[in-house]
Design a protein around this ligand. Structure first.
Ligand code: ZN
Ligand code: ZN
Length: 289
């Protein structure tokens, strides 16, 4: 499926570059630049998914899941670069406007590439739903949004042809550049949190606290609860205060009970619990009766 996406991406890219080539349109250039990034991003995503799926080893004892965040930041940076290239092309076209050459074949080629994109995105969304794959769904939605921008670009080129106003072409390209820039920043923002060990969503942390509270009978309190996530894994650690005279075996049984309850409800949890005697109690954090 991923290899298919790359093949379709290359075909669409060839059509869009040709469309730009025959017309010299800045708007059609913006569409081709976006497609170039899509193909590069698909290749990076494929490599990252393969790397992230490798089991933990001596070099990376916490696993390789963060490769996905890395890939997303690289993709986002490429998208931002594409936006800069589009803006530059729009500026040049604005300074030296020229009537579009061979607009009709350009529009037909670009429209044809959008039809291919639309068909492939529907195929991705269908198998993504069937296989419950977030990656395939994300790919499909991304391609669908490309179809929407391409339609916008085609409308812009059509307006240039109808009105004969040359500045409309770079204006459409600038609109496309802003859209591409915004989506690039969103992609980067979504992954920097993961690289910086941001906490998962508040509801998830609240649910973890509730489960710990429910399952910790026999312990005095839990504190210093911290979570971070890497790809599909969530790392959780906290201190569990128990009576100092409690047998290690009994304290460990409490830990096992908490871990089992958490893992029953949440996928990909990696839990570390540090057991302490009552003298270490802080009396804040999650209090346990
Ligand atoms: Zn402590
Ligand atoms: Zn254990």
């Amino acid at each position: 499926m991923a290899a298919g996406s790359i093949a379709v991406g290359l075909l669409v890219l060839a059509l869009k570059v040709t469309a730009w080539w025959v017309t010299g349109s800045a708007a059609l250039f913006s569409d081709a630049a976006e497609s170039t990034v899509n193909v590069a991003a698909a290749i990076v995503a494929l490599l990252a998914l393969r790397f992230a799926a490798q089991p933990a080893d001596a070099n990376h004892p916490y696993g390789h899941d963060k490769a996905e965040f890395f890939a997303a930041v690289i993709e986002g940076s490429m998208i931002v670069l594409a936006a800069a290239l589009i803006a530059e092309q729009a500026w040049q076209t604005f300074l030296h406007p020229e009537p579009l050459q061979h607009p009709l074949p350009g529009v037909v080629l670009n429209a044809g590439s959008s039809v291919i994109n639309l068909a492939w995105s529907r195929m991705l969304l269908r198998s993504g739903t069937k296989l419950r794959s977030p990656t395939l769904m994300a790919d499909g939605k991304h391609l669908l949004s490309d179809v929407v921008t391409s339609v916008g670009v085609l409308i812009g080129v059509g307006l240039v042809l109808l009105t004969g106003l040359p500045w409309l072409d770079p204006a459409v390209a600038v609109l496309a550049a802003s859209y591409v820039l915004a989506s690039g920043i969103l992609v980067i923002k979504g992954s920097v949190g993961g690289l910086m060990d941001a906490a998962p969503a508040g509801e998830i942390v609240d649910r973890i606290r509730t489960i710990v509270g429910e399952q910790a009978q026999g312990a005095i309190e839990a504190h210093d609860l911290r979570t971070r996530h890497a790809g599909r894994l969530t790392f959780l650690e906290f201190h569990l205060v128990v009576p100092g005279a409690m047998a290690v075996q009994d304290a460990h049984a409490i830990c096992d009970r908490i871990e089992a309850a958490l893992k029953a409800e949440m996928d990909g949890l990696m839990i570390t619990i540090h057991v302490e005697p009552e003298g270490k109690a802080k009396h804040h954090g999650v209090l346990v009766l």
